[in-house]
Design a binder for this molecule. Structure first.
Ligand code: RIB
Length: 334
């Protein structure tokens, strides 16, 4: 039975072009479309959803795993992935793992049995072995945002180290020395890199993290930011600035400050990380470190499509720049 790859070879076009012609999705030059239709007729090719998906290398479906579909950070990454894949003739199945490794494993298995053509993964950070098995079985897997040190595969991430350095330098430049940090479990490479950036900048200025100003029960959700602010602002010597390792936790800090009469930024400066769309609409607008979220997703999708089309180069690690965005939530120490 002729395959979609036979049609592509016969017409001297890519699999994605054949898919666009068959699905009428996306523009194809008339000459190429004529060649594809001629090849389909001459070979007697009949696209069959089940038959096609039974042979993974012809599947036009991709699996995308993200840790929290409620967090706009991941939604912007997903948008970049989906747009690139759709424009190349692929559909994407989006799976929310809810930061739970057991859900991540369940989704990987489900997509595996559906014979998806490949995976783009923002991981929970704990399932490297299962992802390595996919790679060993020849499944293309690209990692986005959260690097997995032991996994030898294409990875696209932000400059987390440089971003954290910029955040702390900004607060030091504003005269802050009692700086509090709201971080989460440091099993994630992103957290480790940001923490290294914090320590290096402080040490370069002859400073260190005050033990009473480290809140390490952050979970990237607003409530943990609120709880962090409640704890930190009741210290005998409260911080004059708080750096949270993502924007949602910074919103929790802002909410606590607003409901407890703490003026931001007059009495307390707050800086986040991600620059999700609501950061500029917070009251006051949030100073933060911008990650290029759409670019992270787009680059990850591009790498995956190259692998699906047979590229055999060594795994790539691509680091995307971060940038300090100064708004109204930080100011000179009061
Ligand atoms: O907001 C979610 C956080 O986890 C972001 O900082 C992002 O890097 C993700 O890994």
């Amino acid at each position: 039975m002729p395959t979609i790859k036979d049609v592509a070879d016969h017409a001297s076009v890519s699999i994605a072009t054949v898919s666009r012609v068959l699905n009428q999705s996306g523009y194809v030059r008339p000459e190429l479309e004529r060649r594809v239709r001629q090849a389909v007729a001459q070979l007697g090719y009949h696209p069959n959803g089940l038959a096609r998906n039974l042979r993974r290398n012809e599947s036009l479906t991709l699996g995308m795993l993200i840790p929290d579909s409620n967090n706009p950070f991941f939604a912007e990454i997903a948008k970049g992935i989906e747009e690139i894949c759709f424009n190349n003739g692929f559909t994407v199945v989006l799976c929310n793992t809810d930061e739970k490794p057991e859900r991540e494993a369940a989704y990987i298995d489900a997509l595996y049995w559906q014979r998806v053509a490949g995976f783009v993964v923002v991981s929970t950070g704990k399932l490297t072995t299962r992802l390595q098995q996919l790679l060993d079985q020849g499944y293309p897997v690209v990692v986005v945002d959260r690097p997995l040190a032991e996994l030898k595969t294409d990875t696209v991430m932000s400059d987390n180290y440089g971003g954290a350095r910029q955040a702390v330098q900004h607060l030091l430049d504003l005269g802050h020395r009692r700086i509090a940090f709201v971080v989460g479990d440091n099993y994630l490479q992103t957290i480790k890199s940001r923490w290294m950036g914090v320590l290096d900048v402080l040490h370069e200025h002859g400073l260190d993290v005050a033990p009473d100003l480290l809140y390490d029960k952050g979970d990237f959700l607003p409530q943990s930011g609120y709880a962090a602010a409640e704890s930190l602002l009741h210290r005998p010597d409260p911080p004059t600035a708080i750096f949270t390792f993502n924007d949602l936790m910074a919103f929790g800090v802002l909410n606590y400050a607003q409901t407890h009469g703490v003026s931001v930024p007059a009495s307390l400066s707050v800086i986040g990380f991600d620059d999700i769309v609501m950061a500029s609409y917070a009251v006051p607008a949030l100073t933060t470190i911008a990650q290029q979220k759409y670019e992270l997703g787009k680059t990850g999708a591009d790498l995956l499509l190259r692998r699906i089309q047979g590229e055999q180069t060594a795994p790539r690690d691509i680091v995307v720049a971060t940038q300090l965005v100064i708004r109204q939530s930080t100011a000179h120490r009061g």
